[in-house]
Design a protein around this ligand. Structure first.
Ligand code: DUT
Length: 287
């Protein structure tokens, strides 16, 4: 193919406003306010250049256009990641579109964390929901709406146990001993009383981390305000299981926890690249 044609699907009518052509209005179905989108448009006033001065500054030496964001480029294609502020019929109002008036728009597509964020970043609620839908990031939760948080996911109490005996930790795990535990029963109303001390808790949720996601966890602040804390380690990429955390009750009055209480928030972080997945003894634990 030596060349091909692109047709405009709309135009930038004024700052931060895209007017979609009548015939392509059905293609807007599914776009909503607040959504992050890529807008691909044409730098219609620019000319084709193969080497450019970065930022148009002639004091800077010429560079290959592929290593710059210059509008003077071979196919004159511009792209901008913007947030939809409002949709009015065929007008999409956005924030931060870096395009001149009358620029032809040639495509719009959703910004997708999975494809478009190659570097590390904390997953937002929307990203977590997508990964729950697409790759079962979390299953066996009780109520998605209650447990999803702006940048994390609240995990809930399945069972709590007393730690019996002593642990042993060495270098290569060959002499490792993980202490036994003794489960504490919930009463007939589903409550458990924990006196001052250290406990081990199992969470209801099954977490399945793909090779590009890890997680940390923090206690809910309500727990801290009640004089208790949750002890957590690192959730490795590739881990799957119903995780266990420590609970420390500092309050000499103790604490009451109800079955399924939300105790700890997981925060998911995307790695800079896919990594060798976790393959330790806790893989598929408690499933
Ligand atoms: O508070 C936590 C933190 C992590 N995990 C899960 C996820 C993690 O990937 C796995 C193993 O944790 P870690 O790597 O800390 O285990 P380890 O003690 O180093 O043992 P091994 O290397 O044998 O897995 O346990 C928990 O259940 N609780």
């Amino acid at each position: 193919m030596s060349s091909f044609e692109l047709k405009p699907i709309g135009y930038v009518r004024k700052k931060d406003e895209i007017e979609i052509l009548e015939e392509f209005i059905p293609a807007m179905d599914g776009l909503s306010e607040g959504m992050l989108i890529w807008v691909l448009y044409i730098f219609h006033l620019s000319t084709e250049k193969i080497r450019v001065h970065p930022k148009g500054d002639t004091r800077k030496p010429l560079r290959g256009v592929f290593s710059t964001r210059s509008p003077y480029r071979i196919n004159k294609i511009g792209l901008s990641a913007v947030k939809i502020r409002k949709i009015e019929k065929n007008i999409i109002k956005v924030d931060g579109l870096d395009a001149l008036e009358n620029s032809p728009v040639v495509d719009i597509k959703p910004f997708a964390e999975v494809y478009d964020v190659p570097y590390g970043s904390v997953l937002s609620a929307e990203d977590i929901l997508k990964r729950i839908r697409n790759e079962n990031l979390i299953t066996d939760y009780i109520d998605l709406e209650t447990q999803i948080q702006p940048n994390g996911f609240d995990c809930t109490l399945k069972k709590v146990s007393r730690i019996k005996g002593m642990g042993r930790i060495d270098f290569d795990n060959s002499e490792r001993v993980i202490p036994e535990t003794l489960e504490i029963e919930f009463d007939e109303n589903g409550w458990v009383f924990l006196e001052k001390g250290v406990y081990r808790a199992t969470l209801n949720e099954i977490v399945s981390l793909s090779e590009d996601i890890m997680a940390f966890a923090r206690p809910r602040s309500t727990l801290i305000r009640s004089g208790a804390n949750v002890l957590t380690a690192v959730w490795d990429a590739g881990y799957r299981g119903r995780s266990e955390v420590g609970i420390v009750v500092y309050n000499s009055e103790g604490i009451m926890l109800k079955k399924d209480a939300r105790i700890v928030q997981l925060v998911f972080i995307k790695l800079t690249e896919r990594t060798k997945p976790y393959n330790g003894v806790y893989l598929n634990e408690n499933i």
